[in-house]
Design a binder for this molecule. Structure first.
Ligand SMILES: C[S@@+](CC[C@H](N)C(=O)[O-])C[C@H]1O[C@@H](n2cnc3c(N)ncnc32)[C@H](O)[C@@H]1O
Length: 219
């Protein structure tokens, strides 16, 4: 089994799930990064009507699920890991707009064709092998009638990476590259509408807003 194939399984662990938020949200830098990610997602969601039905997949520990509901959206969270969903449960319980959580594979969703207004994939694509991305995008374009938002760290030159390169420090591989991603989206039936960048040359994070090809044709 390749390293990338094993990585999603890491989250099927109570300890990993329990520590997940703590590792991402403690400290000023991380909190700032989190706030910037939400701002970027908010730009991608702009114009979505209140009450729109949105899928947060994978929702993990529910890091953004209640935040989406607080924006007036009706949200369903889905994830492969029961441990991650266990952490999410406490956050969504009783929250207006959070319709429920389900155990499920993002590439095999239990929804009817074009039944969702939007789907958000946050910090997920780096876990999905190239060969598995087209079937994933096909499934999203089947169930979504509106837009699909992908929050990803793209292969790009940032000041930090350039500095590392100059110093001869080995660079961490970035798993999502723009050109192959564009081709995979196209083959999976998703058209890129716009890209929101966090901070060019300071961060590799972007939110890619796509529309299923059927909704573009029908527009
Ligand atoms: C890095 S976490 C991201 C979770 C959440 N979106 C966030 O930003 O905090 C990756 C999540 O993907 C889930 N996952 C991995 N493969 C999946 C699949 N095929 N379908 C649904 N969830 C999956 C894992 O269980 C884990 O909760």
């Amino acid at each position: 089994m390749t390293e990338r194939r094993q990585e999603p399984l890491r989250y099927r662990d109570a300890g990993v799930a329990r520590d997940y938020d703590q590792l991402r949200q403690t400290g000023w830098v991380r909190r700032r990064r989190e706030a910037m990610m939400r701002r970027l997602l908010a730009r991608g969601l702009a114009g979505l009507a209140p009450g729109s039905l949105v899928l947060d997949v994978p929702c993990g520990t529910g890091r953004i699920t209640p935040w989406l509901a607080a924006r007036g959206l009706r949200v369903i969270g889905a994830d492969l890991s029961r441990d991650m969903l266990g952490e999410a449960q406490a956050k969504v319980a009783g929250v207006r707009g959070c319709l429920g959580l389900l155990v499920g594979d993002a590439a095999q969703l239990p929804f009817a064709d074009q039944s969702l207004d939007a789907a958000l994939l946050v910090r997920f694509l780096h876990l999905v092998e190239d060969a598995e991305r087209v079937p994933l995008f096909r499934e999203l374009s089947r169930v979504v009638r509106g837009r699909v938002l992908l929050h990803v760290g793209l292969q790009a030159w940032t000041a930090k990476r350039l500095l590392r390169r100059v110093r001869g420090v080995p660079l961490k591989p970035v798993k999502v590259q723009w050109k192959p991603l564009l081709a995979q989206l196209e083959e999976g039936g998703l058209r890129v509408e716009r890209v929101h960048r966090k901070l060019p040359f300071a961060s590799t994070s972007v939110v890619v807003v796509c529309r299923p090809a059927h909704s573009v044709q029908g527009a």
